[in-house]
Design a protein around this ligand. Structure first.
Ligand code: MN
Length: 494
């Protein structure tokens, strides 16, 4: 997991306390980095880059980090006092995620042993405040984690930031393919792609659907045979989809589209894509099954040209690598009003990732009353109960706004025999009345990127790194408080 990146660990010191002190600082730092790496709680390897004792050393280290493609961020720690003017030039140019680990080598005060030398050597409480000042003075965003480095909670918080840093690095090299444009007249899924590339990193490319049709035409029958065999091993087939039955042909056409789409994305080096049911010329059916399966492989997906949600789905998937739970594109579909248990049925025409169910999906083919194409194949399942987070990014004109809502997925009260699509039923926190009102007041999308694997801290870290607005709707949200936050943010981002 995250094998292509590393996080650098840089310890601040100075030569005031003599060479012996620097040697001790270096030894302690080596121990800490080893302890962090050996903990098994950090998803990215930490590389110790030594102590920095002057402005020239700081600047050289940060420049090297900027230029090293493997480096996804830096953790800093001040073992002793490190006069912070020496950090200015390095920080001015540093353009990757920063975590300030406010820790110290020893866990407890050695009551009977402590003397002035010990105090001078172990003064993170002192030195880290000096460092914190300059980072704040320079208005640089960073995560501050406080606690002893051997503490489980500290390691987990570093781990979260590492996952976000990994997703951030991934987004800086994300190419996103759009087949067709945004759905005509839809506002919330549109936005400024130039600003998105400057602010969020990803690059959005347009392709006519004919480009995909050309790939589809090169898919062979034997390619399709092996993919359908894979479907048979993974999914239950509805009777009309089985070999020899009426819609088996539609399953094969779905496989053809999937193979073409995967090859196209691979050859373009794309990590995310969008489709548009208005732009399917030359395709047999809406690529539902293909989108579901590609999402589970980590391709970000957004329907109707929704490139922002496609990119965000990819980013959430990267953050969640190796964690239990799954990630998917979803859409608020229809309500079930039931007092405090009022819930939203989440689905889409077809495109929901099978990562969010513990069921064995069922492969089905049914007519689709939209798009005017042949009957599409899709995986049908229900998302399992559990806590998750739905997220979106909207373009407010002068800024990107991320909105996240903690939700509780619940078991549906009954089956949906006439709605053969994948779905999830959830109650937004704190409840539907407040959750949906806040979401709407914030201008949130009907599309979201959803994950069971992530907590609010991931989004906090992401918004800090990206420098975008974050609005959180959770169990503590009140409409009064939320409206106040919206107003304050209007001033802040003016
Ligand atoms: Mn939609």
């Amino acid at each position: 997991m995250y094998n292509n990146i590393e996080i650098w660990f840089v310890t601040g010191a100075q030569l005031l306390y003599g060479g012996d002190a620097v040697v001790a600082v270096d030894a302690h730092s080596t121990d800490i980095v080893k302890g962090l790496n050996d903990s098994g709680r950090l998803p990215v390897k930490v590389i110790y880059k030594g102590t920095v004792n002057s402005s020239a050393e700081v600047t050289a280290t940060f420049s090297a980090a900027n230029n090293d493609k493997r480096c996804a961020g830096i953790i800093t720690w001040m073992h002793t006092f490190s006069p912070a003017k020496m950090w200015i030039k390095g920080l001015q140019n540093f353009n990757k995620p920063l975590l300030h680990l406010h820790t110290q080598f020893n866990k407890e005060i050695p009551w009977s042993e402590i003397d002035m030398d010990f105090m001078n050597l172990n003064q993170s409480a002192h030195g880290d405040r000096e460092f914190g000042h300059i980072v704040s003075r320079m208005r640089k965003s960073r995560k501050v984690v406080v606690g002893h480095w051997s503490d489980t909670g500290v390691q987990e918080r570093i781990g979260i930031w590492m996952r976000v840093a990994a997703a951030w690095a991934d987004a800086q090299e994300m190419r996103l393919v759009r087949f067709g444009d945004n759905m005509n007249n839809v506002a919330v899924t549109d936005g400024d792609k130039v600003e998105a590339e400057m602010r969020l990193g990803y690059h959005v490319d347009y392709h006519g659907i004919g480009d995909l049709v050309a790939y589809q035409d090169r898919v062979t029958d034997s390619d399709i045979d092996s993919l359908v065999a894979e479907y048979e091993s993974l999914y239950d087939f509805a009777d009309n989809c089985k070999k020899g039955a009426r819609d088996y042909r539609q399953v094969r056409e779905a496989a053809r589209e999937e193979i073409a789409l995967r090859r196209f994305l691979q050859e373009k080096g794309a990590k995310a894509f969008t489709t548009n049911f208005d732009a399917l010329h030359g395709l047999n059916q809406l690529p539902g099954l293909a989108c579901q399966r590609l999402m589970a492989e980590g391709y970000g997906f957004g329907a109707e040209g929704d490139w922002k949600t496609a990119a965000l789905t990819r980013t959430l998937w990267v953050m969640a690598q190796g964690l239990p739970g799954g990630t998917s594109f979803l859409e608020d579909y229809t309500y079930h009003f039931d007092g405090e248990r009022s819930a939203i049925l989440q689905s889409h025409m077809l495109e929901v990732s099978p990562e969010i169910t513990t069921q064995r999906p069922r492969l089905e083919v049914h007519p689709l009353g939209i798009g005017g194409k042949a009957d599409p194949a899709r995986l049908v399942f229900t998302a399992h109960p559990g806590a998750g987070i739905a997220a979106t990014i909207v373009d407010m004109g002068n800024r990107f706004r991320m909105i996240v809502n903690n939700v509780d997925v619940i078991e549906p009260a009954a089956a949906l025999p006439k709605l053969p699509v994948a779905s999830a039923l959830w109650i937004p926190r704190p409840n539907l009345e407040i959750g949906a009102a806040a979401w709407i007041l914030a201008g949130g999308t009907h599309h979201t990127a959803f994950s069971y694997a992530l907590t609010n801290e991931f989004f906090e870290d992401y918004a800090d790194i990206a420098g975008i607005e974050l609005l959180t709707i959770d169990e503590h949200t009140t409409i009064n408080g939320f409206k106040f936050e919206l107003k304050v943010n209007e001033v802040y981002y003016r």
